[in-house]
Ligand binder design. Sequence first.
Ligand SMILES: Cc1cc2nc3c(=O)[nH]c(=O)nc-3n(C[C@H](O)[C@H](O)[C@H](O)COP(=O)(O)O)c2cc1C
Length: 254
Amino acid sequence: MNETINLIQNRRSIRSYEDKLISEENKNLIINSAMRSPTAGNMMLYSIVEIEDQEIKDKLVKSCDNQPFIAKAPLVLLFLADYQRWMDYFTVCDIDSFCESEKLTQRAPQEGDMLLACCDALIAAQTAVVAAESLGIGSCYIGDIMENYEFHKDLFNLPKYTFPIILLCFGYPKDKILNKALTPRFAQKYIHFKNAYKSLNNIDFEEMYKTRKLKHYIGNATNFGQHMYLKKFVADFTIEMTRSVRKAIQEWSS
Ligand SMILES: Cc1cc2nc3c(=O)[nH]c(=O)nc-3n(C[C@H](O)[C@H](O)[C@H](O)COP(=O)(O)O)c2cc1C
C-alpha cells in the first residue's frame, strides 16, 4: 500500500484532543489543501470560517446537539455553501442592466445551486480532513451544524445565499484513541454496484448487518434496525435538522 492509501484507510474520527495548539503553518497547509479541491466550474462555491472565539465554540456545543468536544478542539472550521459571493460579484458586474439589454430573465440561486454549493463545501472539507491526517492532526465532522439555521445565521452573520453545511473539529489525538479498532464498514458488494442500482433482499441484509448486532438495544428495540430507527431516524436532532434545512431552502428560493 502506498502512503496515501494507508493514511486514508487508517483515518478515524477524533473527538478527544491533546492540549496542543495547531501551528499557523499547519493550519494554512490544511486550508490551502482544502482550496485545491475540485469545485464545480472552478467557482469555489464555499467559504471557510475559522472559529477562534471560545465563546462561539461554547455556543456551538449547545446548538450542535450538545457535543462538548467542540469547545475543546484547538481548530474549528465551518464550511459554508456560498453562492452569495457570486451574487455580489454579479451585482458589481452590472448583471441587472446586462440582463435587461440582452432580454434575459434574471434568476437567483435556487435548490440546485444550493446542492452544488454544498458539494463544493463538502469536498473541500474532506480534503482538509485528509491534509490534517497527513500532519498527524485528527478531525471530526459535526453534521448538527445544519440544525438551528436561524441561530447559526445570526451567530455568523450569514447572508441569504449561504448555508452552514458542515463543521470540522481538528486536534492532535490523545494516544489511547489510536489503539482502538477502526469503525467497521459494510462489505463492498453492498455499496459498489455495476451499471445500475441493486436492491438488497432479506438474506443480503442478514449478512450485511451480522457484525452490527449489539448486546443492548435502546428502548424497546429488539434488533439493530429498530435501534438505529430510534437512535437516528426519528431522533429529536434529525427532526430539527429537517426543519432547519427546510427553512434554509425556503430562504434561498424565496
Ligand atoms: C456528514 C457527517 C456528519 C457527522 N456528524 C457527526 C457529529 O455531529 N458528531 C460526531 O461525533 N461525529 C459525527 N460524524 C462522524 C461519524 O460519526 C463517523 O465518521 C462515523 O461514525 C465513522 O467513524 P470513523 O470516522 O471513525 O470511521 C459525522 C460524519 C459525517 C460524514
